[in-house]
Design a binder for this molecule. Structure first.
Ligand SMILES: *[C@@H]1O[C@H](CO)[C@@H](O)[C@H](O)[C@H]1NC(C)=O
Ligand SMILES: *[C@@H]1O[C@H](CO)[C@@H](O)[C@H](O)[C@H]1NC(C)=O
Ligand SMILES: *[C@@H]1O[C@H](CO)[C@@H](O)[C@H](O)[C@H]1NC(C)=O
Ligand SMILES: *[C@@H]1O[C@H](CO)[C@@H](O)[C@H](O)[C@H]1NC(C)=O
Length: 351
């Protein structure tokens, strides 16, 4: 497709991951705390439990020792942050506990992305216009309406968050229109969408363009996730479980995002990084900027029942061991563009 390079230049959201420095086949034996000095014993015990929980092993004793040091620093950071008190969120041990912040950013995000750019001439939603205004309720949770599939996991070898967001938002509007919730195929987008880079780089808006052009998107069951790019299977891609007719880019701003989410789950870009690596619950209100490097699906909003803090309900694609069983609550109504830029690059599909 001749347009492919042009569209690719618009790609904003790269995500997410590379192979961890892990040898899956290395021996998990030899767990004696060789090379570990006495005071580290408790921490080493935690590290061993963590390795068992996440089935993590290392190719050499040196690498294991290095990872242990990273793990220890991360645990110290998590504990110091949680104990500093008065935070609206907590940090905790998760699958990223043996990665430095720099490694996490390198592996799970894409630095130096171009600023948000819009499709010239594309009609945008305008929820400020009286005709389009939706009477947005004070809280929305599309999970309770049955419009959100279970948390998925892109895995450590494929930067495909964009495909998970394309699929999740189509799953949402399809359920809202038909009453049927069906998990859709990220793999079809990864293999077949020529406007995106499969496991390297992608943008949900390009994903919508491709689904429209293809005539639909097939089911997860028909074209299951492989966490790497293969040749497009045309016969699978010709089987359509859901169709969209168009997509809309939402103007920037938290009030626009609220109006859009009141309608359906919405695709968004954010800056992912820093302590979010270890976010384990509560309303995230920590440091972050607007250098977009990750795509997520906003599936609701509300206010925390105990603190009253307003939040966006975010569906991520890192499995259930990150955040609140795979979800993030991001503080809402802080800045016009939203915390971590959550209200700056928004779109949703139209059936
Ligand atoms: C743990 O890793 C081993 C070696 O890679 C693999 O064979 C096994 O299936 C994994 N187990 C789980 C529960 O993931
Ligand atoms: C910590 O939280 C309490 C209760 O919300 C508040 O009264 C206090 O001022 C806070 N302290 C700081 C240092 O923010
Ligand atoms: C949206 O509608 C409002 C009110 O009609 C208008 O003032 C504003 O310029 C419009 N914004 C866009 C981006 O079209
Ligand atoms: C493509 O999908 C069809 C239908 O599921 C299957 O029979 C075929 O083996 C697949 N082709 C390849 C190359 O995997």
């Amino acid at each position: 497709m001749a347009l492919s390079r042009g569209f690719f230049a618009l790609v904003l959201v790269a995500c997410c991951s590379l192979m961890l420095a892990v040898s899956a086949s290395a021996s998990g034996g030899g767990v004696a705390d060789d090379g570990v000095v006495g005071g580290d014993k408790l921490m080493m015990d935690r590290f061993l439990r963590w390795q068992a929980t996440y089935n993590r092993s290392y190719p050499t004793p040196e690498e294991r020792q290095r990872r242990f040091q990273v793990y220890r620093r991360n645990m110290e950071h998590i504990e110091a942050t949680n104990q500093a008190g008065n935070l609206t969120y907590t940090l905790g041990e998760n699958q990223f506990a043996d990665l430095t912040e720099e490694e996490f950013l390198d592996l799970y995000t894409m630095k130096g992305m171009p600023p948000v750019r819009r499709d010239a001439g594309k009609k945008q939603a305008n929820f400020s216009s009286p005709a389009a205004a939706v009477d947005a309720p004070t809280s929305v949770d599309w999970r309770s309406k049955g419009a959100v599939t279970p948390i998925k996991n892109q895995g450590p070898s494929c930067s495909s968050c964009w495909a998970f967001v394309t699929a999740a938002t189509i799953e949402g509007i399809t359920q809202i229109k038909t009453g049927k919730l069906l998990s859709l195929s990220e793999q079809e987008l990864i293999d077949c969408d020529p406007y995106d880079g499969g496991c390297n780089l992608g943008y949900f808006v390009n994903g919508y363009k491709w689904v429209i052009q293809n005539g639909g998107l097939t089911s997860e069951a028909n074209y299951p996730y492989q966490a790497r790019r293969y040749q497009c299977n045309r016969s699978k891609a010709a089987n359509h479980a859901a169709r969209i007719s168009n997509y809309v880019q939402v103007p920037q701003g938290e009030s626009q995002l609220q109006q859009a989410v009141a309608q359906q789950p919405v695709a968004a870009a954010i800056e992912m990084g820093g302590s979010l690596q270890f976010y384990s619950g509560g309303v995230w209100s920590g440091q972050c900027g607007t250098r977009m490097n990750h795509a997520i699906t906003v599936v609701g909003y509300g206010a925390d029942s105990s603190s009253g803090l307003k939040y966006w309900l975010v569906k991520n694609s890192w499995g259930q061991s990150w955040g609140e069983r795979g979800y993030l609550r991001m503080r809402r109504d802080v800045t016009r563009g939203g915390l971590c830029g959550i209200a700056l690059d928004l779109a949703y599909p139209v059936v």
